[in-house]
Design a protein around this ligand. Structure first.
Ligand code: HEC
Ligand SMILES: [Cu+2]
Length: 314
């Protein structure tokens, strides 16, 4: 199986580009990049012109050129750049008391997400749902090695360091789908540690928060019931939580609404029953280094049942 990078699956991925900004931090950074590229393009052309003149004339340049072009101009350019970039850094990440707080913890190679940790403490994984037009303070942590949180279309990146909490306030603007990626080498499947960001209108976000709380959807059909039983009997709950079914497992992603995610395996595969079955039977093939055992001893019907059950959790 191939990772979902072919064009037929592009629709599940949102933009992951600093050149398509859709959040305050990313927009300011984009403007700075544009200004720098144009400004220093002009400087480059000017210097090339001087070089051409110098070659043509073959007369030694005076001290004035050395002082102005070699010292004054670079110093002025650096001062302007430093002032602009510092101001932009401060403006794009300034904290806000009204901000919604979300805890995001990096693990090899997935993301644990807790909305409003001091209030409703809604846990989810590998996907970040954000309100458009409202500041959100992300408390970034890690429980193993150093990761880095980066959603290029929304904001700059921020390291996730074990034993520390780094806060990053983001201001998403346009509703839509975006893609984030771990930006610090963190082990074998580091390039496969991505995630989805879904930005919703404020009302839609509040409704999402409300409807997503609570227990997992009930298994009604016989196959889904059987799948739920396989989940319990196979010991998946040692690492995974499904609210209302098996609670407390924290070594792997929360699966309460795993079927609602657009992707499987932290932004890598299309979420569907077939990929779920493949993942459970041979996770090492789909994500080398993932810290989950393969369950290739499950029978065909068991595998079908448990993957159908997980796909139904929306
Ligand atoms: C030893 C702990 C452990 C056990 C036991 C375990 N898993 Fe996992 N599981 C993980 C980890 C860790 C990940 C994240 C892997 C990654 O993406 O790097 C994961 C990921 C998953 C995912 C993908 C979630 C997502 O958001 O994409 C599914 C589905 C899943 N496991 C199902 C199962 C099922 C079903 C069982 C039982 C048959 C099981 N797991 C048993 C640790 C475990
Ligand atoms: Cu990482």
């Amino acid at each position: 199986m191939e990772p979902t990078s072919d064009s037929s699956t592009l629709d599940i991925y949102g933009s992951q580009s600093t050149l398509r900004p859709s959040g305050l931090g990313a927009e300011l950074t984009y403007d700075l990049t544009l200004a720098m590229t144009i400004g220093f393009g002009v400087v480059f052309v000017f210097v090339m012109l001087l070089l051409w003149v110098a070659w043509r004339r073959q007369t030694p340049a005076g001290h004035w050129w050395v002082w102005s072009g070699g010292i004054l101009l670079p110093v002025a350019a650096i001062v302007v750049l430093m002032t602009a970039s510092t101001a932009i850094l401060v403006a794009s990440t300034r904290s806000d008391d009204e901000a919604l707080v979300i805890d995001v913890t990096g693990y090899q190679f997935w993301w644990d997400v807790v909305y409003d940790p001091d209030g409703i403490a809604l846990r989810d994984a590998n996907e970040l749902v954000l309100p458009a037009g409202r500041p959100v303070t992300l408390r970034l942590k890690s429980d193993d090695v150093i990761h880095s949180f980066w959603v290029p279309s929304i904001s700059g990146k921020m390291d996730m360091i074990p034993g520390r909490i780094n806060t990053l306030t983001v201001r998403p603007e346009e509703p839509g789908r975006y893609r984030g990626q771990c930006a610090e080498f963190c082990g074998l499947s580091h390039p496969r540690m991505a995630f989805e960001v879904v930005v919703l209108e404020l009302d839609a976000f509040d409704e999402w928060l409300l409807t997503t709380q609570g227990e997992a959807r009930d298994a009604a059909q016989p196959e889904l019931l059987a799948g739920k039983q396989v989940f319990i009997d196979a010991g998946c709950s040692a690492c995974h939580e499904i609210r209302g079914v098996a609670e407390g497992g924290r070594l792997g992603p929360d699966l309460t609404r795993v079927g609602a995610r657009a992707s499987l395996g932290a932004g890598m595969w299309r979420m569907n029953q077939g990929n779920l079955a493949g993942w459970i039977a041979d996770v090492g093939d789909m994500k080398p280094g993932a810290q989950m055992p393969s369950y290739n001893h499950l029978s065909g019907p068991e595998l079908r049942a448990v993957s159908a059950y997980l796909a139904s959790l929306r």
